[in-house]
Design a protein around this ligand. Structure first.
Ligand code: UD1
Ligand code: CA
Length: 469
């Protein structure tokens, strides 16, 4: 097979279990800023490298990892037994044969930026290196492989923490786990990697020494910012990077015209979008693919997941919404709950302790207090009284409630679906509606009131007589 001149493949090491996380879940599936570690790494791949040239080496929970990032269109190679970072590349020999170079990224180094990967690629090509190592100087180098420098940019070897002598452990420059290799030179020597180390693994880092011993150029390129190459090995590191990404996200939003009070208390996922002049109060969570328009106010303790919010919307304290849509100038809360597929129309109001599910509330309609609206289609200008309940479930199946424009639903109404209330119809308070109510008609199931005048006075007198006083 002929190599494609100058062509780069990307290999992402993602097979490890992540023992130090003490988790059932594979390390690269743990999330920061609402996205798996591996997804962050895949998204950092330079745009000019097609997904077909990106190889993820998967092993631990391979199927779950494949499923989780499959939509990126990347390739997968399975490392059934995880025998080290060197072994992970050994099994890619065939997949990499047609490339001249490979950029190796780590599935657990998620903050790496595209520009830095591009810098490694350009440096590697321009310098004609056999191996380029991206290095950094973190405040605490403990746990990382240390760079033993040769002359100038040259690297003599990488020494892992556990094997480092005290002098080597004092070296501040670390291996980021991100490299570029000349594929031919790599595979010409990969069989010579040994596993004579505390973990009995084949270390990719030993490749530096092997290439050097053959007089080939092994060069270091320093990352400008050491946080970018921070690895995630423990839950504490996971939390640190998550906080860092979320702080960056808030800064980005504030720079684009969003007001965020006490941003350190807000949890905003990396893909969330917010329009200018929207105000986000303390302790708000905006998750998944939530998109918020401009001039909105999101009050404290609200949690929005995959929710689309248009312009001028007010969401008062403590609202929860998932997979739902809220249109222009609507008002929600406090304490409203939108379950998936809810749609709040423009200028509509949803008030406290109102739960919606798979329900559309039309323009200007109001459901302000203590209500459940499930599988309902509610027109425009409808007033849904306090305590209204759609009985959408008979224990086996779900049924629809349809309410026409301008209808008035009295308080404490139960609407037993399937049922239809026509346009402009009225439902008297406390009714249990089991049959359709035509347009402009009144539906009423309330039993007539009985008033017994003086009944309590008589009752009291009887009681007094019994007690004999
Ligand atoms: C590795 C480097 C270390 C570097 C650090 C940077 C080695 C021997 N050491 O150490 O010099 O400073 O990264 O973060 O490479 N993996 C596989 N298959 C395996 C083993 C690991 O795919 O058989 C994957 C892991 O899932 C992980 C990555 O390779 O994404 C790195 O492995 P890890 O065990 O975390 O290496 P470190 O000890 O952090
Ligand atoms: Ca690691």
């Amino acid at each position: 097979m002929s190599t494609t001149k100058g062509k780069f493949a990307i290999a992402i090491l993602a097979a490890g279990k992540g023992t130090r996380l003490k988790s059932k879940l594979a390390k690269v599936l743990h999330e920061i800023a609402g996205k798996p570690l591996l997804a962050h790494v895949i998204e950092a791949v330079p745009r000019d490298i097609p997904a077909a040239d990106v190889i993820c080496i998967v092993g631990h929970q391979a199927d779950r990892v494949r499923e989780c990032v499959g939509s990126y269109g990347v390739q997968f190679v399975e490392q059934t037994e995880q025998r080290g970072t060197g072994h992970a590349l050994m099994i890619c020999r065939e997949a990499l044969a047609r490339y001249e170079n490979v950029l190796v990224l780590s599935g657990d180094v998620p903050l790496i930026r595209t520009e830095t990967i591009e810098r490694v690629r350009t440096f590697h090509t321009e310098r004609g290196a056999a191996m380029t190592i991206l290095t950094a100087m973190p405040p605490d180098p403990f746990g990382y492989g240390r760079i033993i420098r040769g002359n100038g940019d040259e690297v003599a070897a990488i020494v892992e923490q556990k094997q480092a002598t005290p002098e080597q452990a004092a070296i501040r420059e670390i291996n980021s786990g991100i490299y570029a290799f000349n594929v031919r030179e790599l595979f010409a020597r990969i069989g010579r990697l040994g596993s004579n180390n505390p973990h009995r693994e084949y270390y990719l880092t030993d490749m530096a020494g092997l290439l050097r011993a053959d007089g080939l150029p092994v060069l270091a390129l320093s990352a400008e910012d050491s946080t970018e190459v921070a690895g995630v090995n423990t839950r504490v590191e996971l939390a640190t990077l998550d906080a860092l990404l979320r702080a960056r996200k808030c800064t980005e939003l504030m720079q684009s015209g969003v007001t965020i009070y006490r941003p350190e208390t807000c949890t905003i996922d990396s893909e969330v979008q917010v329009g200018p002049d929207t105000v986000i109060e303390p302790f708000v969570q905006l998750l998944g693919k939530t998109v918020i328009g401009s001039d909105c106010r999101i009050r404290s303790y609200t949690v929005l997941t995959n929710t689309q919010v248009a312009d001028g919307v007010t969401i008062k304290h403590g609202c929860i919404s998932e997979d739902s849509i809220i249109e222009d100038n609507a008002i929600l809360g406090p304490y409203s709950h939108l379950r998936p597929a809810s749609h709040v129309g423009p200028q509509a109001h949803v008030g406290n302790f109102v739960e919606m599910k798979k329900t559309r509330l039309g323009r200007g309609s109001k459901a302000n207090h203590l209500t459940y609206l499930g599988d309902a289609e509610i027109g425009e200008g409808v007033n849904v009284g306090a305590g209204t309940i759609t009985c959408n479930y008979d224990g086996a199946n779900k049924f629809k409630t349809i309410i026409g424009d301008g209808a008035f639903i009295g308080s404490d109404t139960t609407l037993v679906a399937p049922v239809k209330v026509g346009k402009g119809a009225y439902i008297a308070a406390a009714s249990c509606i089991t049959q359709d109510v035509p347009d402009d008609s009144l539906g009423l199931t309330r039993p007539p009131q009985i008033t017994k005048e003086g009944w309590v006075t008589k009752k009291r007198e009887k009681l007094k007589a019994k007690r004999g006083c």
